[in-house]
Design a protein around this ligand. Structure first.
Ligand code: NAD
Length: 700
C-alpha cells in the first residue's frame, strides 16, 4: 500500500555483511526479494529485475555473459533463484538482426527459448528485451505507486523533468516487447548520464553497475517522488474531499455481508467466484470522496493494474447517511447487467480480427461509499490480490489527480494488452481449476476428527473453508495447521455454538464477508452420550436434542436463507450416525437426536430442490481415530456395554463390520466430499453409510 507521506519513505535495507557473502546471482535474488517485499516499490507479480553475469559456458568452458532476468510469471518479492530465466547475451544481441519491425514484434518471443543458457527450464518473459539491450549490468523495472502517479498524468513528461531533472528520462507509453527494448537502448545511448527512465502510463526503469548500486538508485528515485508528492499535496484534501462519512467497522461488515452473496449470485452462474472485502483507510478515503465517480470511470493505468482489476470498477450507489441498502440490492441486477453490457461494448469496439473470444464480462472490483471495496475472482488469493492492485491504482490516482489530471490508458491500448495473444497463451497454459475451485464451504465441528478431515478434503479440491466450532483453542490450532498446508487465503475460523441462534447467524455473515457467500454446508458438530433410559437425565436428553437436532436445524435454516438470497443452489451434508437408523441400547437420547437429524435432512431435501439445494446425509460408525467423542466417557461406556476393555474397542468394531475394516475420519470425509461436489449433482435426500458394512443400518 502506498502512502505518500514522509513517514512512508523507503528505508535502505541492503546489508553488506549479508550481500558480500553471496555470489552474483545470489545478490541479484537478494535485491529482488528486498524490492518486491514492499508493495510501495512494486505490486504483487509486477516488475522484474536482471543482472548480466559472466559465467562459464557448460560446453566450452569459455566465459560468456548471461542475462539473468525474472522469468515468466512469479513475483520478485517471493521468487527463488529458479524464478530467473538465463539467456546468452550475445545470442539475444543477434536477435536484433531478425527483428522486422513492430508489426512482427510478438514473433520475437518465439526466439527467446533459442537463447537459453544451461538448459534452464524457466520460460523467458515478454519483458526480457527491456533488460537485454540496456548497456548496464543491473536493471530494475518496478511499478512504484509514487512513480506511476507521475507516469499517469496528462503532463507526465514535464512532471518527470520537474521531479528528476535529467537524471531520470521519460519515454512515451508503449506496450512491453522487443520495440520497447530497442527504445530503452536508444534512450540510454543518447543520455549516457541518465540513471533511469519513467515509462508513461506504466512504471520505472533504473540501472547500475552492481546489484547494490542498482538497488540504492531504485530506492532513491522512488523516495524522490514520494518526497515531491509530500511537498505538493501538503494541506490538500485528496480526491476533492469527502462526500460521505464511513460507517463504523461493524456496520461496514454488515453491509458487506449482505451485498457480497447478492453480487456473487449475479456473477457466479457460469463460474463460481470467491469474494474479498477491504475497508482499509486508503480505500475508504477514495470510495467516500467527491471525485469517486469521475476517477473510477477513467479506469486504471498501469497494465498490471487493469489486467487484475479490469479497466474500471463498478461503483454502487450506496448512501451511508440515507441507509438505502435495500434499494441498492434491488438495483444490483440492473447495475451488474449494465456493466456487462459496457464491457461487451468495449470488446466489440476494440476487437481485432484475431482477438481471443470475449472473457467474463463481470466487474472484478465493486466500490461502496462509506463501506469499502469488494473484489471477486476465481479463488481467494486472486480476489485479494485484485484488491491490492486496486489499492495501488487508488494510490496512483491520489497522487496524479492531486498534481495534474489523471489519465487512464487509452481504451484501445488497454484492450490490446488485455486480449494480447501472448497474454491469452499465458492464460491457456494455466492449470485447469480444481473440482471445487471458487466454492465456499462451512463445516461445523471442524476442530474435531471428522470435521477437520472434511475441511482438508474440501481444501484439497480447491474450496475455501470456514471452520466453525465451539472449542476456540482447538479451532485455532486446526486453522493454523490447515493454513500451513493449504495457504492462509483459503481458511477462516469462527467460534460458535450451533445451539445459539445469534452466533449461527454471525457465523454465516462471517463466511459472506470473508469469502463472499456459501456453496457447501457440512453440519457435523456433535457429541455422544450413553445411559440407560432410567438414568437419562432431562439435561442429557436436552443436550443431545439441542446440539444434534436443534443445532442442525439452526445451521441448516441459516444456510438455506443464504442459499436462497445467493441463487446459486448449494449442497448440504449432515453428518448423522449409524445410530440414527439402527437402534442401540443405552443411548436413547443420542440415537433419537440422530434420527431427528436424518429426518430433518429428508424434509430439507424437499424444500431445497426447487432452489437447487441438495441435502444428503453421511452416517459414520465407530470412527475412533482422531475423534474427541471417543476420548471421553462415551468410549468407556461403550466398552462397558459390550463387556470389553477400552483398548479392545477398535478391534471389536472392526470385527463387527461386514467388511472387517476400521473406519477413519478421512473415509467419512471422502463421502462428504463426494456429496458436496458436482459429482453428486443428481443426488438429494440420500443417506450414505460409511461404516464398513452393517446390516442393521442398510437403508431401504
Ligand atoms: P469430535 O468430538 O472429534 O468432533 C466434534 C466437534 O464438534 C468437536 O470439535 C466439538 O468441539 C464440536 N462441537 C460440539 N458441540 C458443539 C456446539 N454446540 N457447537 C459447535 N461445535 C460443537 O467427534 P467426531 O467423531 O469428529 O464427530 C463428528 C460428527 O460425527 C458428530 O456429529 C458425531 O455425532 C458424528 N459421528 C461420529 C461417529 C464416530 O464414531 N466418531 C460415529 C457416528 C457419528
Amino acid at each position: 500500500m502506498q502512502d505518500l507521506s514522509g513517514a512512508q519513505r523507503l528505508d535502505n535495507r541492503w546489508n553488506d555483511a549479508v550481500a558480500d557473502a553471496m555470489d552474483e546471482p545470489g545478490r541479484l535474488l537478494y535485491r529482488s526479494n528486498l524490492l518486491g517485499s514492499d508493495k510501495r516499490i512494486t505490486n504483487y507479480g509486477g516488475g522484474n529485475t536482471s543482472g548480466k553475469i559472466d559465467m562459464a559456458d557448460p560446453l566450452t568452458g569459455e566465459t560468456v555473459t548471461v542475462l539473468w532476468v525474472k522469468g515468466s510469471g512469479g513475483d520478485v518479492g517471493t521468487m527463488a533463484l529458479d524464478g530467473f530465466s538465463t539467456l546468452y547475451l550475445d545470442k539475444l544481441n543477434r536477435l536484433r538482426a531478425l527483428y522486422k519491425g513492430e508489426a512482427q514484434e510478438d514473433e520475437m518471443v518465439g526466439y527467446l527459448p533459442h537463447c537459453t543458457f544451461n538448459l534452464n527450464p524457466r520460460a523467458a518473459s515478454i519483458d526480457t528485451p527491456l533488460h537485454a539491450y540496456l548497456p548496464f549490468r543491473h536493471v530494475d523495472h518496478m511499478h512504484p505507486d509514487a512513480v506511476i502517479a507521475i507516469a499517469a498524468t496528462e503532463n507526465s513528461r514535464a512532471l518527470t523533468e520537474a521531479v528528476y531533472g535529467g537524471e531520470i528520462g521519460w519515454l512515451p507509453w508503449r506496450r512491453p516487447g522487443f520495440q520497447l527494448g530497442l527504445d530503452l537502448a536508444a534512450f540510454a545511448a543518447a543520455n549516457p548520464t541518465a540513471k533511469g527512465v519513467v515509462l508513461e502510463g506504466h512504471g520505472l526503469f533504473t540501472w547500475g553497475d552492481s546489484s547494490k548500486e542498482c538497488y540504492e538508485t531504485t530506492l532513491r528515485v522512488i523516495n524522490r517522488a514520494i518526497a515531491w508528492f509530500d511537498g505538493e499535496t501538503a494541506g490538500k484534501a485528496a480526491f476533492g474531499g469527502a462526500a460521505v462519512a464511513s460507517l463504523d467497522p461493524a456496520a461496514r461488515r454488515a453491509v458487506a455481508a449482505r451485498l457480497m452473496p447478492e453480487i456473487r449470485g449475479l456473477i457466479g452462474a457460469d463460474e463460481k467466484k470467491v469474494g474479498h472485502f477491504d475497508d482499509s483507510d486508503a480505500v475508504l478515503e477514495f470510495v467516500n470522496s467527491r471525485d469517486l465517480p469521475a476517477l473510477a470511470a477513467l479506469g486504471t493505468s498501469c497494465p498490471d493494474h487493469f489486467l487484475r482489476t479490469k479497466i474500471r470498477p463498478l461503483v454502487l450507489g450506496f448512501d451511508p447517511a440515507a441507509d438505502n441498502l435495500d434499494a441498492v440490492i434491488d438495483g444490483l441486477p440492473g447495475a451488474v447487467d449494465a456493466y456487462r453490457h459496457d464491457y461487451a461494448g468495449y470488446y466489440e469496439r476494440c476487437r481485432r480480427p484475431d482477438s481471443p473470444a470475449m472473457r467474463d464480462p463481470n466487474a472484478i472490483v465493486y466500490l461502496v461509499p462509506g463501506v469499502g471495496m469488494l473484489t471477486f475472482a476465481r479463488d481467494k488469493a486472486t480476489a485479494r490480490i485484485a484488491g491490492e492492485f486496486y489499492v495501488n491504482a487508488i494510490n496512483v490516482m491520489r497522487g496524479a489527480s492531486s498534481v495534474s489530471r489523471y489519465c487512464g490508458l487509452p481504451e484501445q491500448e488497454a484492450f490490446d494488452i488485455e486480449y494480447w495473444l501472448l497474454e491469452e497463451a499465458k492464460l491457456q497454459r494455466m492449470p485447469k481449476p480444481k473440482a471445487l475451485a471458487g466454492r465456499v464451504a462451512l463445516v461445523t465441528g471442524a476442530a474435531g476428527g471428522i470435521g477437520r478431515s472434511t475441511a482438508e478434503r474440501l481444501l484439497r479440491d480447491g474450496a475455501c473453508v470456514v471452520l466453525a466450532d465451539i472449542d476456540a483453542e482447538a479451532l485455532e490450532a486446526t486453522k493454523a495447521a490447515l493454513a500451513r498446508g493449504f495457504g492462509a487465503d483459503a481458511v477462516r475460523a469462527v467460534t460458535l455454538d450451533v445451539t445459539d441462534e445469534a452466533a449461527v447467524r454471525e457465523g454465516f455473515a462471517a463466511a459472506c464477508v470473508e469469502f463472499g457467500g456459501l456453496d457447501i454446508l457440512v453440519s457435523n458438530a456433535g457429541i455422544a452420550s450413553s445411559a440407560p433410559i432410567e438414568a437419562t437425565e432431562l439435561s442429557l436428553w436436552t443436550r443431545n436434542m439441542d446440539i444434534l437436532a436443534t443445532g442442525y436445524f439452526l445451521v441448516a435454516r441459516e444456510g438455506f436463507r443464504l442459499f436462497r438470497r445467493q441463487g446459486l443452489g448449494g449442497s448440504v451434508v449432515f453428518v448423522a450416525s449409524k445410530n440414527g437408523l439402527a437402534a442401540s441400547p443405552n443411548a436413547a437420547a443420542y440415537c433419537t437426536a440422530k434420527a431427528a437429524e436424518i429426518h430433518l435432512a429428508r424434509c430439507l431435501a424437499l424444500e431445497g430442490a426447487p432452489i437447487g439445494v441438495r441435502v444428503n446425509v453421511v452416517n459414520p460408525d465407530a470412527v475412533l481415530r482422531g475423534s474427541k467423542i471417543w476420548t471421553g466417557e462415551w468410549r468407556e461406556q461403550r466398552a462397558a456395554s459390550s463387556n470389553l476393555s477400552v483398548d479392545q474397542l477398535e478391534e471389536h468394531y472392526r470385527n463387527r463390520s461386514l467388511l472387517k475394516r476400521s473406519v477413519y475420519p478421512e473415509d467419512v470425509a471422502e463421502a462428504i466430499g463426494f456429496l458436496a461436489s458436482d459429482s453428486a449433482a443428481k443426488s438429494t435426500g440420500n443417506i450414505l453409510n460409511v461404516d464398513a458394512g452393517n446390516a442393521q443400518s442398510f437403508t431401504r
